[in-house]
Design a protein around this ligand. Structure first.
Ligand code: BTN
Length: 318
């Protein structure tokens, strides 16, 4: 067993016990613990007479606990990687047949929307990329990221997070704090055959982060006070993605539009849209069949696509 697995229970383990388990000396254990801290960013406490322990217990990814339950598509488990989105495209160039998913314990270069970084600490959250082949170009891509938002939301509701909701185009928020984000990246001709990687970042057991964040965030742990089994969560998420993607591919996003609007946190709210330097204010009255935002202005309705704009809630005037 690996050192990290031995420590993952969050309890004290003496240097002697760890050394015996790995058949190495106590001095070698100490060296390995330092290396582990450096590689993972975890803090390992050392207490005289008691031994070593992690600040809190960890739910580690384990392919034996995931792969047998993945009937939808195979999943590749990585330890440390730059970005699971990037690795999914990498696997495609190595002739891995889609659909397939890639997940990792940590990302060193997690990508967010609008060129932002996605904070991806070791063994804390879910970093999941699903690579799909798209045959009917634009028609299948329309509203796809909103469909994924519904799948992630459905997963969170299975974990009793009933106050989670959607922020157009594809953020999942609880009390105005971000719990999940979605980043779609495309390769090929979107008008014909192409490949899309659906990247999902879901804050699960994250308790704190030293990194500066642009937006307030939360995690399942923050909401429930419980450490979640990430293997089970990956299975639940995959099932949910399969369910919503089947509807999307067979019937198009139109079939999910109503459900999306019913979960829209800002439905009928006054919002500000930022289009480059320009700010447009209006009431969000919903979305259209392609997932474009529908904004009620003074005397007209205008539609906006996700790539063009970013959305803010208008400050309320008291
Ligand atoms: C956002 O900015 O809201 C989108 C965040 C998407 C993050 C996920 S984590 C898994 C996948 N790999 C990446 O590098 N990014 C996505």
């Amino acid at each position: 067993m690996q050192l990290i697995q031995l420590l993952s229970d969050g309890k004290f383990h003496s240097g002697e016990e760890l050394g015996d388990a790995l058949s190495i000396s106590r001095a070698a254990i100490w060296k390995q613990l330092k290396k582990l801290e450096k590689e993972t960013g975890l803090t390992i406490q050392s207490v005289q007479g008691k031994g070593y322990r992690l600040e809190s217990s960890l739910s580690l990814l384990n392919s034996q606990n995931i792969s047998p339950f993945m009937s939808q598509w195979p999943i590749y488990l990585l330890n440390t990687t730059d970005s699971t989105n990037k690795q999914a495209f990498q696997l495609l160039t190595q002739n891995t047949s889609p659909p397939f998913a890639v997940t990792a314990e940590q990302q060193t270069d997690g990508r967010g929307r609008r060129g932002r970084r996605w904070i991806s600490p070791f063994a804390s959250n879910i970093y999941y990329s699903l690579l799909l082949r798209i045959d009917r170009g634009m028609q299948q891509l329309e509203g796809l990221s909103l469909t994924i938002g519904l799948a992630v939301l459905h997963t969170l509701k299975q974990y009793k997070l009933t106050n989670a909701g959607l922020k157009w185009p594809n953020d999942i928020l609880i009390n105005n704090q971000k719990i999940a984000g979605i980043l779609l990246e495309l390769q090929g001709d979107p008008a014909d055959i192409c490949h899309v990687v659906i990247g999902i970042g879901l804050n699960v057991n994250m308790q704190k982060t030293a990194e500066q964040t642009t937006l307030p965030w939360t995690s399942i742990y923050h909401q429930t006070g419980q450490i979640i089994d990430r293997n089970q969560l990956i299975i639940t998420l995959s099932q949910s993605l399969d369910y919503y993607l089947t509807i999307h591919m067979q019937k198009s996003f139109t079939a999910l539009k109503e459900e999306w609007e019913a979960n829209n946190l800002w439905q009928n709210k006054e919002v500000n849209l930022l289009q480059g330097e320009q700010q447009i204010s209006g009431r969000m009255i919903g979305i259209d069949n392609t997932g474009a935002l529908k904004l009620q202005l003074h005397n007209e309705i205008k539609y906006f696509n996700a790539g063009e704009v970013s959305l803010r809630l208008a400050p309320s005037i008291d």
